[in-house]
Design a protein around this ligand. Structure first.
Ligand code: NAP
Length: 377
């Protein structure tokens, strides 16, 4: 399939994912808490997770598979990650129907250990063997140190290429060439430069929040999750250099290449960043008094702003931030939509676990509150 056709088809990917999930009812909030390994009452009808339109999933995944012919290594990587989180999400949702013996097996506990972190890991029964791999969740800040340094370095190289017309270093061209299957250009389009800068801003804000806003408890993450987080931000910054954007106007001066979608994407990025910051500030305030001193490290019920709609507005904001970057590159980059797809399933899984945690902990938890996407999921 020609790449231009592919671009047109990929634009509404996220909308499709959201609509498919909604109509399929597969990622709907539970009416009652279901935990992995719980027994299904005899005679109880198993939940139809795919009721109401499994064909939506079929159409969606078939569409992606049909386009495989023109995918590049970087696309396959993000697609694999997205599938991994989607499968984990489904496995977790189905796990409440597992026979008790399977639910208590070491393999299942390892799986739960790998998908949970922080507060959602706290109350799960974990063998001592698995605790060996625990690292503090406050090390989340390390991800953003890597992101700021690495992205900052790549932005410097890009700026030199754009402003001084210097060539990108050979090792970088080789790496990008490997990820794109040979499609490599020394030209850095303005859309790519904009996404690089916005991602750097995102990393810097998150770093400052980790250092000065968030109040961490003694929660933990798995060593594998920690390693994944470090590699993730290195790979993400390289992916930006691989996005497939039109460079037909590369001869024009930089400013005259500015497009309406750069403005739309940047405005959405700024708003989503505000939403995420505000949500994280509200979470921090649950632990601090008016004077700003830490009063407790307990997990309290969040309220106010978008917390009245969803349990995890900061995860929803993360999805919007990545979607805004897809708009900044013109909305036609399959590679970046696959990144967004990965963030969608990754954050949906984390939000689902968090939502279940709140519902089990707070008896008066608002029933109408969704986990992740307001009114949908
Ligand atoms: N792009 C990606 O792949 C990706 C992956 C993961 C996260 N993220 C982003 O990183 C950000 C942080 O994620 P996260 O999973 O760490 O969020 P989180 O679990 O909600 O934690 C955020 C902060 O709030 C505290 N907290 C959480 N729930 C609380 C409660 N009920 N009462 C009081 N304090 C509470 C946490 O403390 P403790 O947990 O220490 O108790 C932590 O300091 C999010 O915006 C998320 O979107 C992105």
């Amino acid at each position: 399939m020609p790449r231009s056709v592919l671009k047109d088809q990929c634009y509404p990917l996220v909308v499709r994912v959201s609509n498919c999930a909604r109509s399929a009812g597969a990622i709907r909030a539970e009416p009652k808490l279901l935990q992995g390994g719980t027994k299904v009452t005899p005679g109880q009808r198993p939940r139809k997770y795919l009721s109401g339109g499994p064909w939506c999933y079929f159409v969606f995944w078939s569409f992606l598979v049909m386009t495989l012919g023109c995918w590049r290594p970087v696309d396959f990587t993000w697609f694999s990650l997205a599938v991994g989180f989607f499968v984990s999400f489904c496995l977790h949702r189905f796990s409440s129907h597992l026979p008790l013996r399977l639910g208590r097996s070491l393999a299942f506990r390892c799986f739960q250990d790998l998908i949970r972190y922080g507060k959602t890991k706290r109350h799960s029964k974990r063998p001592d063997l698995l605790r060996v791999f625990d690292v503090p969740k406050r090390w989340f800040g390390h991800f953003y140190v890597v992101s700021v340094l690495w992205s900052g370095f790549l932005i410097t190289l890009s700026l030199r290429a754009v402003l001084l017309e210097e060539s990108l270093p050979k090792w970088l061209l080789k790496t990008v060439g490997f990820l794109t299957g040979g499609h490599v250009s020394n030209n850095v389009p303005p859309s790519v430069l904009l996404v690089q800068i916005l991602l750097w801003v995102h990393g810097l804000r998150r770093l400052l929040e980790c250092l000065f806003v968030s109040v961490f408890s003694n929660g933990v993450i798995h060593l594998v999750q920690y390693a994944f987080g470090l590699v993730y931000y290195i790979f993400l910054a390289l992916t930006v250099l691989c996005v497939d954007v039109s460079s037909s106007q590369e001869a024009l001066p930089l400013l005259s290449q500015v497009k309406w979608y750069h403005a739309v994407g940047t405005i959405l990025f700024l708003w989503a960043s505000w939403l995420q910051h505000h949500s994280l500030s509200l979470l921090a305030r649950l632990r601090t008094g008016n004077s700003g001193t830490v009063e407790t490290l307990a997990h309290r019920m969040p309220q106010g702003c978008w917390f009245d709609l969803v349990s995890c507005p900061h995860y929803f904001a993360e999805l919007l931030i990545y979607a805004s970057l897809a708009i900044c590159v013109g909305g036609g980059s399959l590679t970046w939509w696959l990144v967004v797809l990965h963030v969608l399933f990754n954050q949906a899984l984390a939000a689902q676990l968090c939502h279940e945690f709140y519902r089990s902990k707070f008896k008066a938890y608002p029933q109408q509150r969704k986990a992740f996407i307001p009114f949908v999921l």
